[in-house]
Design a protein around this ligand. Structure first.
Ligand SMILES: Nc1ncnc2c1ncn2[C@@H]1O[C@H](COP(=O)(O)OP(=O)(O)OP(=O)(O)O)[C@@H](O)[C@H]1O
Length: 619
């Protein structure tokens, strides 16, 4: 393998040495799949039709990575989850039945080591405290909280963070759950029966920090791992391998037939490059790690990450069944519409996983989207470098919607994006506080002052035939967003969707500034007053449309706007994409005293978090 891997499904990665007998493997004819491979969705492109098609009750599954619980979540963990939640909310608005799957990857040597380390640190801290209290020396104890307790604690932190960020997931799968174990063993058994698992011996230099075998050429002198600066140790063990090489032709054909399977295009090109350079079998078990799921036919070994964590996407969908069975998958919403993952785990989702599913006779996911990295001073934010940003602190300081908006609007989804707190505050203030919040506040105040907070005309009555140019531009921007933002959300182009919607506010602000209703309301001419009324109604309706369109990204702001417009019940009943259509405000509606829906943020320096395993368990 020729790329630098990082650890887990989140990042427990393996650099697999070539097994001895894999060199002599000949691809054998594959049995037919029990179901045909999936192709990307066949529904018409929204760009091609006047009205976006509703997803008509389709079951759609959206997944985040399953995060490795070696340390507390950080902003990088929150990022794909926010994106997945925004997509799921959008799908819901388009009448799909969505299942958002997220969860934690909890097995492996590194977790056991992190748990032991955290327990030791906790014990030392408590001993010091006791010793200080009793004025005696600390003593050694053999008692440590279990690895499971460590996983419980970190998994809980992920769930708490999701709650803080308003993530509405339907499934949270933990790979230590018994029902996941059952599904994994069934899955592996199917692959085994298909003749794709075999045992082989290999020997290599292993880094326990990375949980992977290393090629000599990538190591520093004295076999030091460049990431962990510790010597890699020689290991020799019998492991089970998955015969990935047998799937060379089928994967090539699948990728050719499904050009949208991997997105964006640069990620697809990477995947094509890997596949074309020749697929090699990979190891799926470990002999020296007991913190894992037992291999079905050889319980002296545990299953290694890919046959464990990736299968979590399936077991999540079978979560509510007492006796989960892969046979029930057909009713569960599988195959997933989209796996949202970081580019670090692209190979495993776009090459290993499809081949594993082919072998198990299961349909393939429709799309794999490899997003870019949040960087800090140009470096990937991550647990290994310790340059992480604590999303809890960000949310506590600035609110969930500010965090959701910034990362989806200011970072191009497929690309890397550097975090700067100043930019964060500037972007959020410019769009949510100024362009949207002020617009609404200003119009509601004008309405209060000049129309006793009562809407003088129904927005649906404002025909375009008697509109002036600014009004027409505003209406066109709002109407266009109905289709445009739909297509942009569907393509996970959150940045563009936010832009299409916020630009309606730019038009509305330009329109209100030109009409200057505050002056026209004072005019003696009835046409001027009518123009002022018309302007306010248009601007309020435009703010409503923006609120609907942005609701997948900033649900709290959308709700506040709807409440300010006296339409709070519609949010409770669920906004749909049809609510984007112009004309829902009716004459005679009266509004409560306006209050800012998004107060301006003040810059507060959020200190970088030390997201260590110890912090995770001790806190
Ligand atoms: N800096 C980041 N920017 C964007 N996404 C990230 C970032 N870090 C992690 N992720 C997301 O989390 C997934 C899994 O990451 P993982 O749980 O291994 O955390 P990590 O912080 O990258 O770990 P480490 O730093 O130890 O390598 C990635 O595939 C990606 O979706």
């Amino acid at each position: 393998m020729d790329i630098a891997f990082a650890p887990c499904l989140s990042l427990r990665l393996l650099r697999t040495p070539r097994p001895v007998h894999a060199l002599f493997l000949r691809p054998s004819p594959l049995p037919p799949l029990t179901r045909p491979l999936n192709t990307p969705p066949t529904r018409a492109s929204p760009r091609a039709c006047a009205h976006p098609p509703a997803l008509n009750n389709q079951k759609l599954v959206v997944t985040t990575p399953l995060f490795y619980v070696n340390a507390a979540p950080h902003m990088g963990s929150a990022y794909p989850t926010i994106a997945a939640d925004a997509l799921a909310r959008f799908y819901q608005m388009a009448h799909a039945r969505v299942t958002l799957v997220t969860g934690t990857d909890e097995h492996g040597e590194k977790i056991a080591a992190a748990a032991a380390k955290a327990a030791k640190a906790a014990k030392a801290a408590s001993d010091r405290a006791n010793a200080a209290a009793e004025n005696r020396a600390p003593y050694q104890s053999s008692h440590h909280p279990s690895t499971q307790a460590f996983c419980d604690s970190v998994a809980e932190q992920f769930q708490q963070l999701w709650a803080k960020l308003n993530i509405r997931h339907q499934r949270f799968i933990r790979t230590t759950s018994p029902h996941h174990h059952a599904v994994v063993r069934q899955f592996m058994e199917r692959v085994w029966q298909n003749g794709d698992i075999y045992k082989s011996e290999y020997e290599g230099l292993y880094c326990t920090g990375c949980e992977e075998y290393k090629d000599l050429k990538e190591l520093l002198p004295r076999n030091l791992c460049p990431t962990h600066q510790k010597p890699c140790l020689s290991r020799k063990e019998d492991n089970y391998f998955f015969a990935l090489s047998k799937y060379q032709e089928r994967l090539e054909a699948f990728l050719d037939d499904n050009p949208n399977f991997v997105q964006p295009s640069e990620r697809r090109n990477e995947v094509l490059g890997w596949v074309k350079s020749g697929l090699r079998d990979f190891s799926v078990s470990r002999a020296n790690n007991d913190w894992g799921i037992l291999v079905p036919r050889d319980e002296s070994q545990t299953i290694y990450v890919w046959f464990d964590a990736l299968v979590g996407y399936l077991s999540a969908l079978l979560q509510h069944s007492h006796q989960p069975s892969l046979e029930q998958l057909a009713d569960s919403g599988w195959p997933a519409d989209v796996h949202i993952i970081g580019k670090d785990i692209l190979r495993f989702h776009a090459v290993y996983w499809p081949a594993m599913l082919m072998s198990a006779g299961l349909p393939l996911p429709r799309r794999v989207i490899g997003h870019g990295f949040i960087t800090k001073d140009g470096m990937k934010m991550g647990k290994s470098l310790g340059n992480t940003l604590d999303p809890c602190q960000l949310v506590d300081t600035y609110g969930a919607d500010a965090v959701r908006y910034y990362f989806l609007k200011a970072v191009d989804f497929g690309k890397d994006g550097d975090f700067s707190e100043q930019r964060f505050v500037d972007v959020v203030n410019a769009d949510l506080a100024n362009s949207l919040g002020n617009l609404l506040n200003r119009s509601l105040n004008l309405l209060k002052k000049n129309c006793a907070s009562t809407l003088p005309i129904s927005s649906a009555e404002l025909g375009l035939s008697d509109a002036d140019d600014d009004e027409k531009t505003l209406r066109e921007a709002a109407d266009r967003a109905y289709q445009k933002a739909y297509a942009q959300y569907e393509a996970l182009d959150f940045n563009a969707a936010c832009h299409s919607l916020i630009s309606i506010c730019f038009e509305a602000n330009a329109y209100i500034d030109r009409i200057a209703p505050w002056t026209k309301f004072k005019s003696e001419h009835a046409e001027d007053v009518q123009m002022a009324r018309r302007c306010i109604v248009n601007v309020l309706e435009a703010s409503r449309v923006v609120a609907v369109g942005l609701s997948p990204v900033v649900p709290e702001v959308a709700q506040k706007i709807y409440e300010a417009l006296g339409l709070g019940d519609e949010v409770a009943n669920g906004l749909t994409w049809e609510h984007m259509k112009w004309g829902r405000l009716t004459a005679g509606m009266s509004f409560a005293k306006p209050k800012p829906v998004f107060p301006r943020l003040e810059l507060v320096s959020v200190t970088p978090a030390a997201a260590t395993a110890e912090a995770a368990v001790i806190s």
